[in-house]
Design a binder for this molecule. Structure first.
Ligand SMILES: Cc1cc2nc3c(=O)[nH]c(=O)nc-3n(C[C@H](O)[C@H](O)[C@H](O)COP(=O)(O)OP(=O)(O)OC[C@H]3O[C@@H](n4cnc5c(N)ncnc54)[C@H](O)[C@@H]3O)c2cc1C
Length: 328
């Protein structure tokens, strides 16, 4: 007889992709458990950019990280899904063809596991410059929780990727002056946001690096150094936001007996890992070939693929996928 406490799918990680996967798995009628390590659902969208406007989701012109997560939680709660917070998965074991996850709060058994732990713990990349890092918790930030903290401030943003350019664009109507410093001439960001930054009057310094911060107890000036000739310039700022990306922390997952690549868990086109009962989606998932794209839309699609594939394996006679209009 089947153990009634066995879930069809256990989803590990309650970021945007785990939330979507949970909804979709419940929608497909599977007994689902979502396990999240922190005390809130939402992952990076809640912890790293709750107020940033996301503008690259199909059919949604503009939505903040907070709003997106609220919507995903409402959607998940519309179906029958169980979830546990503050429960970190530390290992995965085999048990008579099922999987048992071991957490710091106990064990749960599932027929399949879907891994959506994103980048694991959020460990920001740093400059490794003590002249700068001495202002941590005192005007130097690695993520923005409340953009109102920067109202009428002189804000300097360091970085050249999407996050740096997005936040520079976002700060235009909040901060007094916005500076954007990048060590290369080219930004690796959406063209529309680069144009917003240029047209919005952001003071752009390229190719420059942040050399040091000056201030007595609080930041008063930032010294910028030109990469090409080492010349220096000081600008008046009171806040600095470092946007140099976040480290992928695979240390916990390394013991789970699945094949990893340098940038995550290796998956096949159906999002299956090297273990036939374990799938992965979102930022953690890494295809053997093709470009890695840490984007919501990619993760949502991967989660949908994984859940449909698992559903097909659990119930071979059911349709591979269903439309919401035919389901309800
Ligand atoms: C500043 C910034 C701006 C961005 N802007 C955009 C944008 O505009 N558009 C876009 O498409 N993408 C954007 N992204 C990328 C997008 O946020 C990610 O692609 C998305 O968050 C990936 O979701 P995820 O669920 O895979 O991982 P995450 O959001 O990282 O969530 C993973 C969750 O798993 C949990 N977890 C980890 N390990 C365990 C464990 N062992 N046990 C239990 N739980 C665990 C974590 O606590 C976390 O809640 C942005 C990213 C950043 C940093």
């Amino acid at each position: 007889m089947e153990n009634q406490s066995t879930y069809d799918i256990i989803i590990i990680g309650g970021g945007p992709i785990g939330l979507w996967a949970s909804y979709y798995s419940g929608f497909r009628g599977m007994r689902t458990l979502l396990v999240e390590a922190s005390d809130s659902l939402g992952g990076q969208a809640i912890y790293l950019y709750p107020e940033k406007k996301i503008t690259d989701l199909p059919g949604i012109p503009e939505i903040t990280g907070n709003e997106l997560v609220n919507n995903l939680v409402i959607q998940m709660k519309s179906v029958n899904v169980e979830s546990v917070l503050q429960t970190k998965v530390v290992s995965i074991l085999d048990n008579n063809g099922n999987k048992v996850i071991i957490t710091d709060k106990g064990r749960f058994e599932g027929k399949y596991i879907l891994l959506t732990p994103g980048i694991g713990n959020f460990v920001p990349n740093k400059l490794g410059n003590s002249q700068v890092e001495r202002f941590e918790n005192n005007g130097l930030y690695y993520y923005v929780k409340n953009k109102e903290d920067f109202r009428n401030k002189n804000v300097l943003i360091v970085g050249g990727g999407d996050s740096a350019v997005d936040w520079a664009a976002e700060m235009i109507n909040i901060a007094k002056d916005v500076y954007l410093v990048h060590r290369r001439d080219e930004f690796r960001a959406a063209e529309a946001n680069i144009q917003k930054v240029i047209q919005g009057g952001v003071k752009i310094y390229t190719p420059y690096t942040l050399d040091s911060l000056i201030g007595n107890g609080k930041i008063e000036k930032a010294v910028l150094k030109k990469i090409t000739d080492f010349s220096q310039i000081a600008v008046n700022v009171d806040s600095v936001i470092m946007m140099l990306g976040y480290k992928l922390d695979l240390s916990t997952i390394k013991g789970w007996n699945i094949n990893l690549s340098q940038d995550g868990i290796l998956i096949d086109p159906n999002c299956r890992t090297s273990d036939p009962k374990i799938f992965a989606a979102g930022d953690i998932a890494s295809l053997k070939e093709g470009i890695k794209q840490k984007l919501l839309v990619i993760g949502f699609a991967q989660a949908t693929t994984a859940v449909n594939y698992i559903s097909k394996e659990l119930r071979p006679y059911n349709p591979t996928f269903v439309h919401s209009t035919t389901k309800r």
